[in-house]
Design a protein around this ligand. Sequence first.
Ligand code: COA
Length: 185
Amino acid sequence: MHPVELSSARLALRELRTTDVDDLAQVYGDPEAVRHLSFTPRTREQCAAIVKAAIADAEQGNRGVYMLAVAREDRLVGSARLAVDERPHSAQVGFALRPDLWGQGFGCELVELLLRLGFDELGLKRIWGARSPENQASESVMLRAGMVEEGRIRRHLWTRDAWRDSIVHSILDDEWKPGSPDEKP
Ligand SMILES: CC(C)(COP(=O)(O)OP(=O)(O)OC[C@H]1O[C@@H](n2cnc3c(N)ncnc32)[C@H](O)[C@@H]1OP(=O)(O)O)[C@@H](O)C(=O)NCCC(=O)NCCS
């Protein structure tokens, strides 16, 4: 699917552009934003390479990786990634937002958009995400989206200077109920 253009009440998922590099660096260059991720803060040059690779992936005939911009009024405020697995009924998602926007329900809205992309647009049967055991924000966002905790992958990743376990969450197509996560009860 190309180009991806999906929107919710306050956010949009769209393809990355070369003009997004500085805004992406505000997310991936922020130590707090990447604290629970598998990489250290990215430089502007590294963000430029990520954008370039994402644009190349987007143009692949049989697209397997969707590295997308999360935008507010068209400006990048976060990243959303969906990578189709080797067994193509399933895909892994990842996401991050600029820290000054945290705690306002945007994370839930963003995950809901990723589930819409995977289930409605790509026809997937299963979507999963892996988080650090310490990442409570990611846990809350995925649980609220209906992504149940599936288990622990021990020594899943080498991050910085140690092995890290991951907690896996998943949701199946017949469990998914599109909602309005921005309207919290
Ligand atoms: C994960 C992330 C996208 C959440 O975004 P957000 O906009 O703050 O999330 P929301 O405002 O929608 O909050 C959703 C839930 O998380 C909770 N939450 C948010 N930040 C939290 C924190 N730092 N600690 C504990 N809970 C937190 C909220 O209270 C809310 O809980 P509720 O559903 O019980 O009300 C954001 O924290 C982020 O970008 N983190 C860095 C990247 C990252 O860790 N990505 C996930 C990789 S697996």
